[in-house]
Design a protein around this ligand. Sequence first.
Ligand SMILES: [Zn+2]
Length: 705
Amino acid sequence: MTFQHVSWLWDDARAAALAGDEVGLLVYRSNLLGADLRLTNYGGGNTSCKARANDPLTGKEVEVMWVKGSGGDLGTMKRNGLAALYVDRLRSLKNVYPGIEREDEMVELFNHCIYDLASKAPSIDTPLHGFLPFRHIDHLHPDAAIAIAAAKNGKEITRELFGGTVGWVEWQRPGFDLGLKLLACLEENAAQGIALRGIMLGSHGLFTWGDTAYDSYVNTLEVIERCSEYLESNYGKKRPVFGGQILTSPEQPVRKEQASLLAPVLRGLSSGAQKMIGHFTDDPRVLEFVNSADLGRLAPMGTSCPDHFLRTKISPLVLEIAPETDLSDAAKIGKTLSPLYENYRKMYAEYYAACKHADSPAMRDPNPVVVLWPGIGMFTFAKDKQTARVAAEFYINAIQVMRGAEAVSEYTALPRQEAFNIEYWLLEEAKLQRMPRPKPLSGRVALVTGSGGGIGRAIAWKLAEEGACVVLNDVNEERLAESSAAFVKAFGRDVSVTTRLNVADRDSVEKAYEAACLAFGGVDIVVNNAGISISKSLTEHSEEDWDKLYDILAKGQFLVSKSGVEIMRKQGMGGDIVNIVSKNALVAGPNNAGYGSAKAAQLHLSRLLAAELGPDKIRVNAINPDAVIAGSNIWSGGWAEGRAKAYGVAVEDLPAYYAKRTLLNEVILPEDIARACFALVGGLLDKSTGNVLNVDGGIAASFAR
Ligand SMILES: [Zn+2]
């Protein structure tokens, strides 16, 4: 069989090197399966193998099953992502099974079956693998198979497509009982002389297997390829895909601009007690769906596969506004959208009230995760960027499922009660309770100007460490690229976005915020850090020097604050502006007319904005560092020489000179400024605005009062 809809990645040489190592081959196969998102969604599905191993207690050979443990992703799974269990013990649990009403109690008993004490916690799908007698098993969530599994007559389609060799088990929440159902399906078919090659789980996914890792891989790919082929040959046959396109999207630059303008409004509406991070995509698969005739019918039905709706909530919110809507009046657009959100929250509360059980956990955040804007694309909102991005990927999976099911039959979603039973499952709640506490800045977006190096980079780094998403920017692209690579290496690809920024240029400032809104949905913390310094005597100081200092320091802070505040106001969630000023804003010294007075302007602008922005809950504070030498940009370009000359010391003696003139006799580092910045925005000083915090080792002459 040749594969057109799935990637054939098996490498005989690599597999041969693992010959005899069944667990190694399982990991290898799992990684290949997880590498192709058409085979399974991120984090979805699990794989297993059963082999003989020595029991450490008796020294005798026993049958052990290695199965993907709870959590983790097949694509990156290693041996330590597996749970290993005694097969006979696992199967003997049938003897103590108290029935479906109490099947959740079985999960704890899995721990009594552990063979390898270094096992990852066994997942809820463990009995599904354990009861089937096959050596290698793949359970995946391929869009193409779920499309058939979620089709109204999916059972008949499956039977015809595979001549009865792929069985069918109706939708049921995963657990001990579903494991028994899989075994029953296998045995019923065997009684009729049919040897199954797989089982389709209604509304959920696919089980396939083989005697060896290779056989299982081939079988899995063949079944999924066959499903895909079948869907492919049916698109547009009965009727156009999704009933045809009834809306034409504007060109991509317009889509992005509209999305960036609306994102902060949506972020404000989507954030409850917890601030949400946004993600935007105008993927062609999304546009095909949101521009279609069927959007209004299909979107409210919700998703099918449990993985899909756990990540995307029961249904998306569809924005009933035209793609080219004028978004210049944020208050007006907020008023238009508020009722849509209120209706969504009401719908969610009704769903909760109608479906809840006596012991259900309290209602969770009722705001939508997925927000669809016909003509423009899809926004997703979650507690962090990765979760928001993955929610978008999952909704694209859900779109593909609806597309396929509608092409061959009629799409059916899970009944609301079943969806609820998964969403508010006590085992799911226990998993949520085990999650680590969020970091102080999680859910917040920070833009630190000049974060390509020096103090700016140290501040952005600290804020990222404390959980914030950061918008890295600089006027120097080389520095910026280096900084960007370091952030991705340390924090992964979901924590930072990179954009060139010249703070003195209004267009450049607006573009940087556009990048922030598209990447994260808006901004909460603006740190005006970018700066230069020129030290010259009055008569040597040129007009160009003067303009440059005032453009970057004073005007830059003005422009960056102005655009940042516009976004903060759209969000309606307050915000923070921190201005990195200087001791020189307060202390007069020689050869500093331009720089010192521009710094004084920055400091007073901080106070003025603190006075103006209080009603918006936007706090404006300043940090006055002094003599930060390490990694700073300002020490190039003759500044050090200039200062050394002004103080009458040699350049190499400057750090010692600076340290000695402080009360604490300390050298000031970029990390010191970064910690001060975090202190201002980290939550402990929530009631403070208009302050100046010195980080200069103590200089009595620059005490603010
Ligand atoms: Zn599954």
